[in-house]
Design a binder for this molecule. Structure first.
Ligand code: NAD
Length: 513
């Protein structure tokens, strides 16, 4: 494999790249600490980045604060902000191959997934550019008096802290950065400490596109130091977090002390409900099985909206699960850049061990293993040291099992069954999360009824996984607060101000004296 990623990320004298970006300068961590970035396909380091801490976070927040309070960006005309976002989209297109490869190597996804992520991110930048460019500058309110001019305007929130996970590093950062910039904010982004490389690349593109100094700041480093400091920093106005429920709860708690605005995109335990009528034809059956595979095993199931809970009509179960397991066994695992590989490794040894514990517990609780459930035998493209785990189907599962209640975030599909529509809906809603879910049926009335009753932020009918930049993304329940993408995704990064102008001021005489 051409080792383009190695040259890109390890290009300075000490081998560690200065990946902290503050006030327009690329810096090493203030402490001098570094971190090796591991390729999950062979468990070997392939890059070295700065390991920032609270001190770097403080410097970055101070730079973002100065740029917001005194710099040009919040006051830059909307058309110019939109033009910059479009330039970023163009640069992402130019560097699609390079950044797609970097994402594939860092997060362990296939190269094609990496490329698709870059395309989706470019679409998000274009979408938010178009959205702000088309807006009216304010909403005039009828105050009921000819001598009052009343208008509601939107202004940037201020300094935004953005904390992102390892599964979609570039995408998750961009869903925050694009609307934040469109709205005129400045920011500090902290990518996951294990997959920071494409966020570094994105900040480089923002600068190349002409973003003024201090608007975009980046600190690579751990959540417990950098992330925690950003969440409680008094000069941060908003924290937008994507990650797990436990860390999201800590971020919300830390942010409460200074009453920051908080947006949380957390985990999911996403039902994929299949009615037998969806599989009445061979074509329908093939489609539903194919999409159930994709729902559960794309990116080794390390997707917040992964359809890890198959809820299938009892009469269809044996046929559906048999075919699903047969096809799951044939998924070609390997390094994401190798030809023919359909699924890469898991991101880390820790993540694989968590998955293994889930599977062991499920089997102890009575689940029946239909395929997978182990590490694959090593091959040339799948060395022993990589964090691979076989796509796993666990049949005869039920709600009391931990594997059904908790987010696994690995290539594990659990199977539950139902007999009636009410039972299907009850099972699909029986989760503390509420991020996404799907219903498969040939009955249009049933599709609408079930979609209407599912308590999830995205519901797919006869599909799984697609999202649109113009449609909001986010969760019910413990899947989070707030929304990304769509008009609500822009609104997260804005304050609303009512300006009431009295055109004929006169005393009110409320007080006699
Ligand atoms: P994580 O919660 O471990 O880490 C996410 C980020 O938070 C990382 O940058 C980490 O360094 C930081 N962090 C950790 N503890 C922190 C703390 N106390 N204070 C501040 N920052 C802290 O999550 P992960 O393992 O990186 O990602 C997987 C999780 O992300 C899954 O639960 C998945 O469902 C979720 N996710 C959700 C969405 C969504 O759109 N809802 C999208 C992608 C991923």
């Amino acid at each position: 494999m051409a080792d383009e990623t190695r040259t890109q990320v390890a290009d300075d004298a000490e081998g560690a790249r200065p990946t902290v970006h503050v006030a327009g300068r690329w810096l090493h961590a203030a402490s001098g600490a570094v971190r090796e970035i591991i390729d999950p396909a062979d468990a070997l380091p392939f890059a070295v980045v700065a390991e920032g801490d609270e001190k770097d976070a403080d410097l970055a927040v101070a730079a973002a604060r100065r740029a917001f309070d005194k710099g040009p960006w919040p006051r830059t005309p909307v058309a110019e902000r939109a033009a910059l976002l479009r330039r970023v989209a163009g640069l992402l297109g130019r560097d699609r191959e390079r950044i797609g490869l970097l994402e594939s190597r860092d997060a362990g996804k296939t190269l094609e997934e990496g490329r698709v992520d870059v395309d989706c991110v470019a679409d998000a930048f274009r979408y938010f550019a178009d959205l702000v460019a088309a807006e009216a500058p304010g909403r005039v309110v009828d105050a009921g008096s000819p001598t009052v001019h009343s208008v509601v305007v939107h202004e940037p929130v201020g300094v935004c802290a953005m904390i992102t996970p390892w599964n979609y590093p570039l995408l998750q950062a961009s869903w925050k950065i694009a609307p934040a910039l469109a709205a005129g904010n400045t920011f500090v982004v902290k990518p996951s400490e294990i997959t920071p490389l494409t966020t570094v690349a994105l900040v480089e593109l923002l600068l190349e596109a002409g973003l003024p100094e201090g608007v975009a700041n980046l600190v690579t480093g751990p959540g417990r130091t950098v992330g925690a400091r950003l969440a409680d920093h008094p000069d941060v106005d908003l924290v937008s977090f994507t990650g797990g429920l436990a860390s999201g709860t800590e971020v919300a708690r830390a942010a409460a002390a200074t009453v920051k605005k908080v947006a949380l995109e957390l985990g999911g335990k996403n039902p994929n409900v299949v009615f037998a009528d969806a599989c009445a034809t061979d074509e329908g059956f093939d489609t539903a099985v194919d999409q159930a595979l994709n729902a559960a095993f794309l990116h080794s199931g390390q997707v917040c909206s992964a359809g890890g809970r198959l809820i299938v009509e009892e009469s269809l179960r044996e046929r559906f699960v048999t075919e699903l397991a047969r096809r799951a066994e044939r998924i070609r695992l390997g390094r994401g850049t190798e030809d023919g590989v359909e699924c890469g490794p898991m991101v880390s040894g820790q993540q694989r061990e968590k998955t293994e514990r889930h599977v062991a517990d499920a089997l102890a609780e009575g689940a029946v293993l239909r395929c997978g459930g182990k590490r694959p035998a090593p091959t040339a493209v799948r060395p022993e040291a990589g964090y691979f785990y076989e796509p796993t189907v666990l049949d005869h599962c039920h709600r009391a099992m931990r594997v059904v209640r908790e987010e696994v975030f690995g290539p594990v599909l659990t199977v539950e069954t139902f007999r009636t529509e009410d039972e299907a809906v009850a099972l699909a809603n029986d989760t503390e999360y509420g991020l996404a879910g799907a219903v498969w049926t040939a009955d249009a009335g049933r599709a609408r009824r079930v979609a209407g009753r599912l308590r999830h932020g995205t519901v797919w009918i006869n599909d799984f996984h697609p999202y649109l930049p113009q449609a909001e993304w986010g969760g019910f329940g413990r899947s989070g607060t707030g929304r990304e993408l769509g008009p609500a995704g822009l609104a997260e990064y804005r304050e609303t101000k009512h300006v009431y102008q009295n055109l004929a001021p006169a005393p009110v005489r409320w007080f006699a004296g």
